[in-house]
Design a protein around this ligand. Structure first.
Ligand code: ZN
Length: 662
């Protein structure tokens, strides 16, 4: 009875709750990966026949059943997922099944059956467990299918818009936060569609944007898949894709500005940090009991206490017992959501190179951070360009030298530092892109394109190369020859070994064994990564593979090839630390591993006059650690405060601001 009353109050949104048999609702969403159309989600919502048969009485028995097919092809790989969701007329779930993949390496196999006030949950390969449900809950397992998130929104609206909504499965529990963000019009020619915009946080890590039309039908959704942007737009609204991207971007940057206001710097302006051990990132020995004077964003002076007096009137901060290191760099990331900004600062990372993103999002985010309206690491941008065709990545493609020059010009005009070449760029175009980028004062990074070897890519003009694209064993003639070419050309390598370790570890073995940070990440990320790993390999085999890579990293470093820390995202923040640890496992000293995350990338980006060490005159990018990483490299994880441009942030508060545990 309660349901019927609340239905009457709801008006036009109520498609399914009316006394007359509800109609069948069908829709098709066009799916995009980094704006490139890649597939479809087709769904149908029909009255649930089983339910109506089972119950003899009126409206309350009328249920619904969502059937969804989610299907796309990314760079030649098919990703498919089928899901059903049975619910009561008020959208309270009764049963939910999802099976397939939501992304290349994300397997989904969920089965939830509601049994009174409990749910029987089977997820992945784990045994069935019984979960006690709170009075309000929903069933959803990741962003796919989007139609399940649409029903989550309808449920949320109909049940008093609760602040937190528990969802199952979950790892072990998961709370979603939904916020209505207002109404807006989408214009396509003469046609105006009124929509309501929502932010959903917790289905995936960080906020997604969804729009419902006046009938409650999903118009569009913007989320992330595999760490990159993923967009769904209802077929009739497809030409409005960029409008949706721009509105979601403004909404998210507004969110980051809110996080920024709630996490004002503990200190800025002029102050002196006194008593810490300074590991300045040069080859000089650490300075015990040091002083660093910060003035308006720069290091005014740094050194031992008896050589660096604190000027009169300058406030001191006692940091005795702590260790200061230069701000860290991540040279391979994709900052596709604002939640990365606090995470990076929390992990001590003050400069990152973005290796491919949505143009509209990343340029606005960079500007918001640079203008200090938003907190976050300094963003250096590499603009991605791929060859043409159905297997290409992203929407910036080039098949001819002319097209290549146009793409380079667009990125140059928008202030990108680099071009990132992707796999389908042909060898002649590699030369054309490098020549044009160099002419404009940019450098070139990226993948070794198909049909080329790493040394050929370096000779063709690529200044940097992502991932460890060197086959064979360290010490072999082949590998020595390749390394000699890279050394002669001073090619910078970001070998992303923590990423290889994360995806290459034996499937089913715990990630916590090598990455303790996994215990602190939000439940949706935990679910994502607990499914990562490689099948058909045991822990020893996976480790042997990783060690082959680490031996090559060591050989590159020993030969004088600049090796820089890069994660390709991985476990947000924590993978920066893991990459540094792995270089020590490779045989670099802790100081050399730290330099691979500080002065070496600063030099690679020609910013070493400003950044990369704790030295007089440079920008005050400094990490305050509770323990010294030169004594034990794992101490790089003990970040207490992060200082960027002289502004001091509390790491624990920043972790919490995006639902990590500190
Ligand atoms: Zn990448």
């Amino acid at each position: 009875m309660r349901v019927v009353l609340s239905l009457a109050a709801l008006g036009p949104l109520l498609v399914f709750g009316q006394q007359a048999p509800p109609p069948i609702e069908r829709s098709t969403l066009r799916l995009h990966y980094v704006q490139k159309p890649v597939g479809y989600e087709r769904y149908e919502i029909a009255p649930d026949g089983d339910l109506s048969r089972r119950s003899a009485s009126g409206a309350e028995s009328e249920g619904l059943k969502l059937t969804a097919d989610f299907d796309f092809t990314d760079r030649g790989g098919r990703v498919q997922l089928a899901a059903t969701l049975r619910a009561k007329a008020d959208f309270t779930p009764i049963a939910f099944q999802a099976k397939g993949k939501s992304y290349r390496f994300v397997n989904v196999e969920s089965d939830v059956r509601v049994d009174g006030s409990d749910a029987l949950v089977r997820a992945d390969a784990a045994a069935e467990r019984r979960v006690t449900l709170p009075p309000q809950f929903f069933t959803v397992d990741g962003y796919a299918p989007f139609s399940a998130q649409m029903l989550l929104l309808r449920y949320w609206k109909l049940h008093g818009q609760p602040r937190l909504l528990r969802t199952v499965p979950g790892q072990p529990t998961n709370d979603v936060i939904v916020e209505a963000r207002g109404r807006e019009a989408i214009r396509l020619g003469e046609k105006v569609t009124m929509l309501e915009r929502f932010a959903i946080d917790g289905v995936v890590w960080g906020r997604e944007t969804l729009w419902l039309d006046e009938r409650g039908s999903l118009a569009a959704a913007i989320t992330r898949a595999g760490g990159l942007s993923f967009e769904a737009v209802r077929e009739d609204l497809e030409p409005a894709l960029i409008q949706f991207v721009q509105r979601a971007t403004r909404d998210r940057i507004g969110d980051l500005e809110s996080i920024t206001r709630a996490n004002a710097p503990l200190k800025s302006g002029t102050y002196a940090m006194v008593g810490a051990t300074i590991v300045d990132g040069t080859n000089r020995p650490p300075v015990p009991d040091g002083v660093v004077v910060v003035r308006e964003g720069r290091i005014a002076d740094a050194g031992p206490r008896d050589a660096v007096p604190v000027p009169d009137g300058v406030q001191t901060v006692d940091v005795s017992g702590k260790t200061l290191v230069p701000g860290l760099w991540d040279m391979h990331t994709h900052v596709t959501q604002i939640e990365w900004a606090p995470v990076y600062l929390a992990s001590g990372t003050t400069t990152v190179r973005d290796m491919g993103n949505e143009f509209e999002f990343i340029t606005l985010l960079r500007d918001a951070i640079a203008s200090k309206r938003a907190l976050g690491p300094r963003l250096l941008l590499a603009g991605l360009v791929d060859g043409p065709g159905p297997n290409a990545f992203g929407v910036y493609n080039a098949a001819t030298p002319d097209e290549a020059r146009q793409v380079v010009a667009k990125y140059h005009d928008a202030g990108f530092q680099q071009i990132k070449i992707y796999s389908l760029i042909t060898p002649p175009l590699v030369e054309a892109i490098c020549a044009e980028a160099h002419r404009l004062g940019m450098t070139v990074t990226g993948h070794v394109p198909n049909g080329m070897t790493i040394d050929q890519a370096a000779v063709a003009g690529m200044d940097h190369i992502a991932h460890l694209a060197i086959r064979g064993e360290a010490g072999s003639d082949d590998v020595n020859r390749v390394i000699a070419v890279l050394r002669d050309r001073k090619t910078v390598i970001d070998p992303t070994q923590s990423w290889n370790e994360l995806l290459g570890h034996a499937g089913g073995s715990p990630i916590a064994a090598f990455q303790p940070g996994v215990a602190k990440i939000p439940p949706p990320l935990n679910r994502l990564f607990s499914n990562a790993g490689t099948a058909g390999i045991d822990a020893a085999g996976a480790r042997a593979r990783l060690e082959r890579g680490l031996r090559v990293v060591r050989a590159l470093h020993d030969a004088g090839v600049p090796v820089v820390v890069g994660t390709d995202e991985g476990i947000p923040g924590h993978s920066v630390h893991r990459e540094i640890e792995l270089y020590v496992e490779a045989g670099l000293t802790p100081l050399e591993a730290l330099q691979a995350a500080t002065i070496v990338p600063a030099r690679a980006m020609k910013m070493d006059a400003e950044l990369g060490t704790i030295e007089k005159g440079k920008r005050a990018d400094i990490v305050v650690l509770n323990a010294n990483p030169l004594e034990r490299i794992q101490n790089i994880r003990t970040v207490r405060w992060t200082i960027i441009d002289g502004r001091v942030y509390d790491a624990q508060a920043l972790w919490r601001s995006v639902r990590f545990q500190p």
